[in-house]
Design a protein around this ligand. Structure first.
Ligand code: SF4
Ligand code: SF4
Length: 312
């Protein structure tokens, strides 16, 4: 390890991140996402890394398939290891660095309501937009030109003086005229350039803290010893145990909206045949989508992150 600072360029950092396994990498100015909240001294730059989710499980239509949870959790582990290797490399070049994991929330923001939606430590999708990796879609998922929304993100903070990327100008999302993310959503969580995050959490973290808390409450309130034993040995207990063991079903879960999104160079070749039909679409969803317009107050308030829609 050397303690003098090596001169680095943005391209040096991106090339290293790719060599270590990242599929996409961009660099944002830390002030755009208030990185100083996490590190006042090492947050000048936010290096956003993305790893693509594998297509095989994206072709499985059930939202609650455990192969999906497990494969995605392995992708996350890979991305975390890539981020850690990048941190060590930056430090070997003389720049202290740290990882911001996408799965953590600030414990101080938890107020005792296990069902409440908690924000991650950093607005990762916004950081990714600022780092030029993509734009946000109708349900605020990050869309990238290569893999659509089928990526996981991490961030590395480092006060290395390199050039930042810029947000993309044009929207990648096709807007309500597509609406496939809304049609497929099992939670009915997709709104007009917005998402009901609490409703979504129940599906994207199906064996997470809310379910653990609910299950343990049932157990604590059950006075019949035979029923308590049943609860202990139930499928819910089994799923929670497996999820605690690996994180699959906690930090990963539903991603039907990502699987069916037609944005991304991978979609036509790898996914379109599996997702031609959307069995979850209902007359109510059709009505909600028909009432939406692309240009709206919701769109205009988030235009920096969504980009300019093609038909406006
Ligand atoms: S992750 Fe699942 S529940 Fe959440 S918006 Fe997407 S489809 Fe809906
Ligand atoms: S599925 Fe369609 S509407 Fe939804 S984010 Fe993708 S392109 Fe946009």
């Amino acid at each position: 390890m050397q303690f003098h600072k090596k001169t680095l360029t943005a391209e040096d950092i991106k090339a290293k991140a790719r060599e270590l396994g990242a599929d996409l990498v961009g660099i944002a100015d830390g002030t755009t996402v208030d990185a100083a909240r996490i590190s006042a001294v090492d947050g000048d730059r936010v290096i956003v890394l993305a790893k693509r989710l594998n297509e095989g499980v994206a072709r499985i239509r059930r939202w609650d398939d455990r192969h999906k949870y497990y494969n995605d959790e392995l992708t996350l582990t890979h991305l975390e290891e890539t981020s850690l290797e990048l941190v060590y490399w930056l430090e070997d070049c003389g720049y202290p660095a740290l990882i911001v994991p996408p799965t953590h929330v600030a414990p101080s923001s938890y107020d005792g309501d296990s069902n409440a939606h908690l924000e991650p430590l950093m607005p990762f999708t916004h950081a990714a937009v600022e780092a030029g990796l993509g734009t946000l879609g109708l349900n605020l998922q990050l869309l990238t030109p290569a893999f659509g929304p089928r990526v996981l993100l991490t961030a590395v903070l480092c006060s290395v003086p390199v050039e930042c990327d810029r947000p993309m100008a044009e929207a990648l999302c096709k807007g309500p005229s597509c609406g496939r993310c809304l049609k497929v959503c099992p939670a009915g969580a997709v709104k007009q350039w917005d998402r009901d995050w609490q409703a979504c959490d129940h599906f994207r973290s199906p064996h997470g803290f809310a379910q653990l808390s609910e299950h343990l409450t049932k157990f604590a309130e059950e006075i019949d010893p035979a029923k308590r034993k049943q609860l202990l040995r139930s499928e819910d207990s089994f799923n929670l145990w497996q999820s605690i063991l690996r994180g699959a079903g906690v930090v990963t879960g539903c991603r039907r909206c990502a699987d069916v999104c037609p944005v991304g160079a991978d979609y036509e070749k790898m996914l379109a045949d599996a997702h031609a039909e959307i069995p979850e679409n209902t007359p109510d969803k059709k009505r909600r989508l028909a009432a939406m317009t692309a240009d709206s107050d919701a769109y205009r308030s988030k235009q920096r992150f969504i980009g300019v829609l093609k038909r406006i």
